[in-house]
Design a protein around this ligand. Structure first.
Ligand SMILES: Nc1ncnc2c1ncn2[C@@H]1O[C@H](COP(=O)(O)OP(=O)(O)OP(=O)(O)O)[C@@H](O)[C@H]1O
Ligand SMILES: [Mg+2]
Length: 245
């Protein structure tokens, strides 16, 4: 087994709003190893997006320990968090979240533009490579509104992977797509996983969860099941994709 990339111990997240206290995450213990591909499943409101936000340093836990790549991440400043996030973590959202008045090329280049460790020609090369990986190079000069939903999500995947993050997080990446495009995005994620990417997706769909290596099931802010998916289910899913492609 590869070394742990993520290590969460006794993570809690409480939201306070008006008089209501919501325990969105309760005593989460989760280790994710480099190169793993896992799915987080569970009913609406159980804390999946909250867990992904904490994993991706978009939000902080109320208590507990969280180590990302062996670095403690609980006491980082906002600036340190955004620096690590920009370099190490790629996000994909249900609603694509592309910037409408920027071209495909500008959207993919945007997160790289904040990277002081890369030269401009390196940024260009990374953006080009990411667009090639998702099969969208031919739409480089288009704007998001000129693309189908499936194409927009492929551009969003390119934007997320362009900086070669250690961790790719996707919250319902197929939620706004029809079956064919959803399968295309899942196939893309499987391919990225095969190139060594560590991926964590949130999904409602048990078939898509079964296409990953490991399923973590949540209820009421807690992890209630954590199991390896049978290899056969992954193979069946890929065969099904090839049959419908
Ligand atoms: N910013 C916030 N302020 C207050 N409560 C919040 C906030 N974000 C989430 N919550 C609450 O935390 C709980 C978990 O929400 P979360 O969005 O993580 O659920 P989810 O599993 O992603 O649901 P869904 O499948 O519907 O997307 C919910 O009860 C929600 O109302
Ligand atoms: Mg959610």
């Amino acid at each position: 087994m590869n070394k742990p990339l993520i290590s969460m111990e006794s993570i809690n997240k409480v939201f306070y709003s008006d008089d209501v206290e919501t325990h969105a995450l309760s005593n989460i213990n989760l280790t994710i190893h480099e190169g793993e591909y896992l799915a987080i499943t569970g009913p609406s409101g159980c804390g999946k997006s909250t867990l992904l936000s904490v994993l991706g340093l978009l939000d902080t836990a109320s208590s507990g320990n969280y180590q990302l790549a062996s670095q403690p991440s609980m006491n980082l400043s906002t600036k340190q968090r955004s620096h690590i996030r920009n370099k190490e973590i790629g996000f994909i959202f249900q609603s694509f979240n592309l910037i409408s008045d920027m071209s495909v090329w500008e959207n993919v280049l945007l997160p790289l533009s904040y990277r002081s460790d890369l030269k401009n020609n390196e940024k260009d090369a990374l953006a080009k490579e990411a667009l090639e990986q998702v099969g969208m190079s031919h739409r480089m000069n288009h704007y998001p509104a000129q693309l189908s939903g499936g194409q927009q999500q492929r551009v969003a995947v390119a934007r997320a992977i362009a900086g070669k993050p250690s961790l790719l997080l996707a919250d319902e990446p197929t939620g706004n797509l029809d079956t064919k495009n959803a399968k295309a995005v899942m196939e893309l994620l499987s391919k990225l996983h095969n190139t060594g990417c560590t991926i964590c997706i949130v999904t409602h769909d048990p078939n898509y969860a079964a296409a990953t290596q490991r399923s973590v099931h949540m209820i009421d802010g807690q992890i209630v099941a954590d199991e390896q998916n049978p290899r056969a289910a992954v193979n069946d899913f890929m065969a099904d994709i090839e049959a419908t492609a």
